[in-house]
Ligand binder design. Sequence first.
Ligand SMILES: *[C@@H]1O[C@H](CO)[C@@H](O)[C@H](O)[C@H]1NC(C)=O
Ligand SMILES: *[C@@H]1O[C@H](CO)[C@@H](O)[C@H](O)[C@H]1NC(C)=O
Ligand SMILES: *[C@@H]1O[C@H](CO)[C@@H](O)[C@H](O)[C@H]1NC(C)=O
Ligand SMILES: *[C@@H]1O[C@H](CO)[C@@H](O)[C@H](O)[C@H]1NC(C)=O
Ligand SMILES: *[C@@H]1O[C@H](CO)[C@@H](O)[C@H](O)[C@H]1NC(C)=O
Length: 449
Amino acid sequence: MKFTSALVALGASSLLLSGAGAIELDITSPDSIKQAAKSISTGLRQFYTGDRLGDVPGNLPDPYFWWECGAMFNAFIDYWYYTGDDQYNTITTQALEHQIGEFNAFMPDNQTKTLGNDDQAFWGMAAMTAAENKLPDLGSGQPSWLSLAQAVFNTQQARWDTQKCGGGLKWQIFTFNNGYNYKNTISNGCFFNIAARLYKYLGNDTYADWAEKAWEWELSVGLMSPDFHFFDGTDDNQNCTQVNHIQWTYNAGVHMAGAAAMWNVTQNDLWRTRLEGLIKGAGVFFKDNVMTEVACENNGKCDTDQRSFKAYLARWMGYTAIVAPFTRAEIDPLLKASAQAAAKQCNAGVNQTSCGLRWIDNGVNDGSVGVGEQMAAMEVVQALLYPTVSGPATEKAGGISASNPNAGADAPNTPIVFNTVTTGDKAGASILTLIVLVGILVGAWWMVS
Ligand SMILES: *[C@@H]1O[C@H](CO)[C@@H](O)[C@H](O)[C@H]1NC(C)=O
Ligand SMILES: *[C@@H]1O[C@H](CO)[C@@H](O)[C@H](O)[C@H]1NC(C)=O
Ligand SMILES: *[C@@H]1O[C@H](CO)[C@@H](O)[C@H](O)[C@H]1NC(C)=O
Ligand SMILES: *[C@@H]1O[C@H](CO)[C@@H](O)[C@H](O)[C@H]1NC(C)=O
Ligand SMILES: *[C@@H]1O[C@H](CO)[C@@H](O)[C@H](O)[C@H]1NC(C)=O
């Protein structure tokens, strides 16, 4: 009896799974991977309205913040690079162009109220990816992709703050925004990532020096542990002596790609050891090789931003495997298991191709759908194609985007102080509160490891 009912249950559940659409994915077939990425991309595209008449290119509708739109277009640039399907290149180019903003450095006035270094950097990294992947430049007197990334680097380098904590970038750019006293890992990690990739592209030692400096500083205050775990951030009012130990996938990812770029150019053992350690440290985010946002998936507290973070770890694992081939043995099983698990649960919505947040439930969609969920599944699937591409271009190897070392130089140095302080709708404040709250709620069980 027991045996029979178990069989019935098994039959019923496999019927549910196979009958429920989902994304077909044969990880041994590039064509199948491309087809899967395409199906998922359709769902992602459908969230974007910025190209409609009267809407603003480069903005996603509520509840998505501006930075995530930059992240999404980076994902679409990678999609094109990996699959050859250019159907999103027009909206991508239009969005990046519209958001260039003041000082040609992705600091548009509309975002001033909440603009963080990390927000600016997500657009800067999209421009860097455009240069690396040879997306045609804008032309007609507009800055090159590469110079936009240089502008982000230059404006942030000028904000490096030695008044407290012995260095580091603050989270927020403007003094009147909440979070100005928080020095967070993603802001410093993005700066490290851009510096390392500019170094790989241009070979200019200034970028390497800053990458090294950011890395060393994060280690010195404990945003990075000696065994390569990355924690959320620290308060500079306390001279960075207290660290919020919550761990996010994207912090591991943003440093992984930067370390891989540094190794690619230097090929020295220091960066090799760091990169190996970092990949090992990222093991905290995998369960049976399947990626999970361990801080918030289990307690159901991932906010809109956080639901996209796995996209960036997946993206940067693909990048790492390309530019630092010795990591492939470690990265391959993680990417493959994660992509299969992600695709398997992309079975919700009208076309049964909408992806949920959790990949660790063996094909069961958790009902959480959105830009972050869809983007993460797309990134992890398309990253499987890394062995089929030649990798990021450089100035001497195929690059077509022009360098402007002085890009963004006309931006004022920090601190940018405004007289009028309006403490109205501060997205930053609620994010910070939430981070701290989640940090307390999640507790220490997984963070101490
Ligand atoms: C569903 O498929 C249709 C036709 O291909 C497409 O236009 C639509 O954007 C898709 N919706 C989602 C959520 O994937
Ligand atoms: C800023 O907001 C205005 C009003 O919504 C819009 O017309 C403009 O395109 C926006 N600019 C950018 C760079 O987003
Ligand atoms: C603040 O931290 C930095 C770097 O850790 C240290 O060099 C400095 O002495 C500290 N300042 C104070 C006042 O404790
Ligand atoms: C460095 O990266 C490029 C791609 O940008 C790749 O072709 C090259 O093989 C890498 N170098 C090494 C030593 O792996
Ligand atoms: C290297 O980059 C720095 C920082 O942007 C710049 O000041 C310097 O002119 C560059 N050097 C060369 C040789 O391009």
